[in-house]
Write a protein that binds this ligand. Structure first.
Ligand code: PRE
Length: 127
């Protein structure tokens, strides 16, 4: 027998095509030429509940990370506001808020504006 580099279902295509059944009495178990072939891996059907559980675990982890980032944003915002007020400025900067709103709208459309307004509500007025 010649040396072949490939393994798997196609390596003996000349002997038995995948669709044609092996001749009677010649199977992977009885044909010495095929005894070394690994059995083709069965492709498991994805379990929908497992897919959903895994995706939800990812969502929960992202939500926790987003909350952490929002809190970090609140702390930075408070620092800006405190520093501005300690130097004779106002707590609110409408020009800056408009720039923030525009950026979120550019990224996410109108719901981005709503999200940014909620963020600003969380961040401003805490000093
Ligand atoms: O960037 C500032 O000047 C801030 O004070 C921070 C911030 C914000 O949370 O984005 C909060 C209040 C201001 O009205 C504008 C923006």
């Amino acid at each position: 027998m010649t040396t072949h580099l490939t393994t798997g279902p196609t390596s003996h295509a000349a002997d038995h095509t995948p669709t044609a059944p092996a001749p009677a009495g010649v199977s992977k178990l009885t044909d010495p030429a095929r005894a070394q072939d690994p059995a083709p891996e069965p492709v498991p059907e994805p379990d929908p509940e497992a897919v959903i559980d895994q995706a939800r675990a990812g969502i929960d982890a992202l939500d926790a990370e987003i909350v952490r980032l929002v809190r970090e944003r609140m702390a930075l915002s408070e620092r800006v506001q405190r520093t501005r007020m300690a130097n004779g400025g106002r707590r609110i900067s409408l020009a800056r808020e408009n720039a923030v709103l525009r950026r979120w709208r550019h990224e996410l459309g109108e719901p981005g504006t709503t999200l940014a307004m909620t963020l600003l509500e969380l961040c401003r007025g805490r000093v």
